[in-house]
Design a protein around this ligand. Structure first.
Ligand code: AMP
Length: 404
């Protein structure tokens, strides 16, 4: 079975075409600046040079048409006919409490995703645009929705409830949902394999550290807590997002800086995080370059790592034990300095990291950074959210076909 995985944003559309039996991507790419001037499609058949083509992409349907044309292209395509696309898997950011697992997309499912727009006003409408465009272009191909929030639906109530009046939960759906679920799911399974234990017998803290970051406590294979909350603003500081702050700061900022709701939302989402502290960049590579010459760049790294460390401690406590810490995503997989800062001083938790190996291990590889004597393993595991989406899609479509 071959599955096209789609991650549709407001002005971009990432795609990956995956051969399920071979367990590998065949082609991938992105449409950028959809609906704007200067739109372009990047197409990369795996193992060959990528092709970038500037073309008008007025909407998502036009973008998807370009993707399908590229996949089918006589010269550099990877399929002979669109019939070779057996299913489409869509990343959907917010499934609220409605979806605890991936689902076959029906008109009813589309309505439910739409009804959750209040919870993810930027993301869910963009995801739906991609879904609707495919429905129009390939109405007979089954589609599956895979939700960022679904993996965290196993959190117990004490972990997901905020101490607000209970009606905030019942009437306004305010609770912790958590995000990056497909990534936390994938790396926790890989970690259990590397531990050589059934996932049910493991206690793992997964650190998805990228432009957006979240930490999860995965106990027995289930998410029991995670650092992102009602929105992806909570938790550790991020590229430009503030993460946890005293909620009273919000109204104080509004008063002192004369900001309205949109203004304070932008302040916390776009101007804060490691960018806000350093004043230099949201990109950890730039901070690493400036660490020894710029005090605030060094401080931004320290604040970030300190917060990650605190979550690891909190989640070891929440699970009553710890078998492994996992680092994944852009920063977790690549930023040795951040990993060093996070891992320093965790010996009391039976975490003995090999700091030399941390500095020398190859990027993009799966590595165990713990010393042989360490009771807790420390894995770097490249995440693969697209593969999770593709496999879930294939499983659900096969189940549907078998039921017929
Ligand atoms: P992601 O959101 O997972 O794509 O991660 C993107 C972020 O990873 C970038 O903004 C960088 O801050 C970080 N990153 C990528 N490569 C490196 C690297 N070699 N060293 C440090 N940070 C990196």
């Amino acid at each position: 079975m071959k599955v096209l995985v789609i991650n549709s944003g407001s002005s971009s559309l990432k795609y990956q075409f995956i051969d399920i039996e071979k367990n590998e991507a065949v082609a991938k790419g992105i449409c950028e600046r959809i609906g704007m001037q200067g739109s372009k499609i990047t197409y990369a058949p795996i193992g060959k040079d990528k092709i970038v083509k500037e073309a008008p992409i007025p909407n998502h349907t036009a973008g998807i048409r370009l993707v399908l044309d590229a996949l089918e292209d006589k010269e550099f395509g990877v399929i002979k006919s669109l019939k070779e696309i057996d299913a489409v898997g869509h990343r959907v950011v917010h499934g609220g409490e409605k979806f605890a697992s991936s689902v076959l997309i029906t008109d009813e499912v589309i309505d439910v995703i739409e009804s959750l727009t209040d919870l993810a006003p930027l993301h869910n409408p963009a995801n739906l645009t991609g879904i609707r465009a495919f429905k129009e272009l390939m109405p007979d191909v089954p589609m599956v929705g895979v939700f960022d929030t679904a993996f965290h639906q196993t959190m117990p109530k004490e972990a997901y409830l905020y101490a607000l009046p209970y009606s905030a939960y019942t009437d306004l759906m305010i609770r912790r949902y958590g995000f990056h679920g497909t990534s936390h799911y994938y790396v926790s399974r890989r970690a259990a394999e590397l531990l050589g234990k059934p996932i049910e017998q493991t206690k793992i803290v997964t650190c998805h550290l990228g432009n957006g970051s979240s930490i999860a406590a995965v106990d027995g294979g289930k998410s029991i807590d995670t650092s992102m909350g009602f929105t992806p603003l909570e938790g550790v500081p991020m590229g430009t997002r503030c993460g946890d702050i005293d909620p009273a700061i919000v109204t104080y900022l509004m008063e002192k800086l004369n900001l309205d709701v949109a203004g304070v939302t932008e302040y916390m989402n776009k101007k804060s995080g490691v960018f806000g502290i350093s004043g230099i960049s949201s990109d950890f590579r730039d901070l690493a370059d400036a660490e020894h010459t710029d005090e605030r760049a060094a401080l931004a790294l320290k604040v970030f790592a300190y917060k990650v460390k605190k979550y690891i401690g909190a989640y070891a406590c929440a699970m009553g034990g710890l078998d492994a810490i996992v680092f994944t995503a852009g920063v977790g997989e690549n930023d040795r300095r951040v990993r060093e800062l996070v891992l320093e001083g965790l010996e009391f938790l039976n975490v003995e990291a090999d700091f030399e190996l941390n500095m020398t291990c190859p990027r993009g590889a799966t590595v165990d950074l713990a010393k042989p004597s360490s009771k807790v393993r420390v894995f770097v595991i490249p995440t693969d959210e697209e593969m999770v989406i593709a496999k879930d899609t294939a499983r659900i479509v096969k189940e549907m076909q078998n039921a017929k």
